[in-house]
Design a binder for this molecule. Structure first.
Ligand SMILES: NC(=O)c1ccc[n+]([C@@H]2O[C@H](COP(=O)([O-])OP(=O)(O)OC[C@H]3O[C@@H](n4cnc5c(N)ncnc54)[C@H](O)[C@@H]3O)[C@@H](O)[C@H]2O)c1
Length: 312
């Protein structure tokens, strides 16, 4: 199989590429990444001599590059996105460029060359939920420019499927954690600050809830979708590990044997979703995917990876 993975130098994309090439060493992967915030070339250093892996530094809006590689692939998996909510609040424009216009460019290319697309979306498109967990057909209620850009991309995709009958699947996942995540995100930030005995900023009361999934479990789910997912469908992916931000910080501090005095409350994030949650029974029922990693084990391996990285 020949895959184009976009955004493959980032957190989830790099873990996905490593997982695929380990399991299917004969697959060919072209990674198109613009090397923006979140990317790290070291994430895929181990593949530098692998003939089945090729890195192309490019924006997904570059139609010449898409024109060169898309005709030769079987599937495009689009991870490329600006991904940090805080940066979308301070400056939304790059989010529209990568997450909306970028998806438009990819859509035009797969329309022309009749290729299959898997779009990686997020639980944040559904916005804040007090009690229930979102199912695939729930309506969107984005609360940040990031969430709105991802929801916009999904709308565009829906219209392309309806109008041009394209072969597209959308996946939406909850908050990922694991090795290779950039430090601007909550868990790497907690670990890195704690290791340096720096105060760890926590928005508002720290009671906002997120549903955490270990990145390898997300990548496993994406493999199921790649091989067995049904054209035109969307799949929610979650491991049902709901924790408040304070709970996750305290767990990490305990594992690192650091004092809770490092926690410092700050004013709340604008438009902060109280709780994000997905119902993943569809992918479990239809594609027989189940998460395997407990929060305890996932956090241990994430912490070990960051401790090792920080000691270099
Ligand atoms: N991290 C999470 O918890 C999470 C949860 C659900 C969904 N997602 C989605 O998964 C995908 C990957 O997220 P991540 O956490 O790995 O993000 P990341 O920020 O770690 O990586 C994103 C990658 O995309 C690249 N990129 C951005 N814009 C680009 C463009 N215009 N052209 C080419 N490359 C571009 C960046 O250089 C970077 O390498 C995103 O689409 C995100 O919305 C992430």
């Amino acid at each position: 199989m020949k895959l184009i993975v976009t955004g493959g130098l980032g957190f989830i994309g790099s873990n996905f590429i490593l997982q695929i090439l380990e399991k299917y060493p004969k697959f060919k992967i072209v990674n198109i990444d613009a090397q923006l915030t979140g990317s790290n070339k070291k994430n895929l250093q181990s593949l530098k001599n692998n003939n089945n892996y090729q890195f192309i530094k490019s924006d997904i809006n570059n139609t010449k590059v898409l024109e060169k590689y898309v005709p030769h692939c079987d599937v495009i998996i689009n991870f490329a996105a600006e991904s940090h909510v805080d940066r979308s609040i301070s400056g939304p424009k790059p989010f529209i460029h990568s997450n909306v216009l970028g998806v438009y460019s990819v859509l035009e290319s797969i329309r022309k060359h009749k290729k299959k697309l898997i779009q990686i979306s997020t639980d944040e498109v559904f916005g804040s939920l007090r009690k229930s967990s979102a199912v695939e057909n729930d309506s969107f209620n984005p609360a940040s420019p990031y969430a709105a850009s991802k929801a916009s991309a999904e709308m565009l995709i829906k219209s392309y499927v309806a109008t041009y009958d394209l072969d597209i699947i959308v996946t939406r996942c909850t908050n990922n954690y694991g090795p290779r995540q950039f430090e601007e995100k909550l868990i790497p930030k907690i670990i890195s600050y704690a290791l340096k005995n720096k105060k760890i900023p926590v928005y508002g009361t720290g009671k906002n809830i997120r549903d955490w999934i270990f990145v390898n479990d997300h990548c496993d789910a994406l493999q199921k979708v790649l091989f067995k997912g049904k054209r035109g469908e969307s799949y929610n992916i979650s491991a049902s590990n709901e924790l408040t931000n304070l709970q996750i910080i305290k767990k990490i501090l305990k594992k690192l044997k650091k004092s809770e005095n490092l926690i410092k409350f700050t004013s709340d994030r604008l438009g902060h979703d109280y709780r994000c949650s997905l119902d993943s029974s569809k992918i479990q029922r239809k594609l027989k995917w189940y998460p395997k990693t407990s929060v305890n084990d996932g956090l241990d391996s994430t912490i070990n990876w960051h401790v090792e990285k920080n000691s270099k």
